[in-house]
Ligand binder design. Structure first.
Ligand SMILES: [Zn+2]
Length: 260
């Protein structure tokens, strides 16, 4: 499914929404740009990561801005490590909102609890949000090229099936702003990317990771017209998003999804 993202403004922050998910009453979500926060220099201004060298209190203030903008009390995030571990948020004892560096590791967040924002931090990697309207459950997946190689997407759908009896054919999925085929260059692809994915090479050394993620969703049972790709390349759009490839020392923007 194509169609451009919807840009919203609230509480001084601008964020995007997927049209596919935007009208769902049981759901809120936002893909935040780098604008409207309090960080300075390379982290200007809405850096949401504690682990990239930015000032701790400033990041905490930025995270509070995100919560106020979406109107939710809880924000859950992980120490992301390009693996395929999942963390299910079953109770809100760990949040509310705790402005401290993450203690839990993983790349998949999932929950059926309302009012708990699942946050993936990004600078070129994909966030893939998944919504099961039949069982009122959500997940947010951190997927860089290593995530594609590990099929973290298939793992997330498998976890939702096991925990919530999710039927993948009912899932709605959004693939957020991230490294596009224009900039996803892999000089060492022969050692980094398994040969079964070389069909995603669109010209020498450049890969279409958006299409790969879409195909991994489809392989997991998600319907093609239930998938929306933002189609925004972070490396081309550093005015609005952080890009590790383009900027090296930089912040992390975030995609947050929460049940109402
Ligand atoms: Zn690009």
């Amino acid at each position: 499914m194509n169609g451009s993202l919807i840009l919203k403004n609230n509480n001084g922050l601008s964020f995007y929404q997927f049209p596919l998910l935007q009208s769902r009453p049981g759901l809120t979500h936002g893909i935040f740009t780098r604008h409207g926060g309090k960080s300075r220099g390379a982290y200007a201004s809405l850096n949401l990561s504690f682990s990239v060298g930015d000032d701790w209190q400033t990041v905490a203030a930025n995270r509070e801005l995100v919560l106020k903008t979406l109107g939710i009390p809880g924000l859950q995030s992980l120490k992301q490590n390009h693996g395929k571990e999942s963390v299910e948020i079953r109770d809100n004892r760990l949040g509310g909102f705790q402005p401290i560096p993450e203690s839990r590791s993983g790349d998949i967040l999932m929950t059926r609890l309302p009012e708990q924002g699942l946050m993936i931090k990004q600078a070129d990697c994909q966030s893939i949000v998944l919504y099961d309207p039949a069982h009122q459950a959500v997940a947010n997946v951190h997927c860089g090229w290593r995530g594609n190689v590990n099929n973290v997407i298939g793992e997330a759908v498998k976890r939702m099936r096991a925990a919530y009896q999710t039927n993948p054919a009912r899932l709605l999925a959004g693939i957020g702003p991230s490294l596009g085929p224009c900039c996803a260059q892999f000089i060492n692809y022969r050692t980094e990317i398994p040969a079964r994915y070389w069909t995603y090479q669109i010209r020498p050394h450049y890969f279409d990771l958006w299409r790969l993620s879409r195909d991994q969703l489809i392989a997991a049972g998600v319907l093609e017209d239930h998938i929306q790709i933002a189609g925004i390349c972070t490396s081309c759009q550093t005015r609005d998003f952080f890009s590790y490839r383009k900027e090296k020392i930089t912040g992390r923007f975030a995609t947050v999804i929460a049940l109402r």
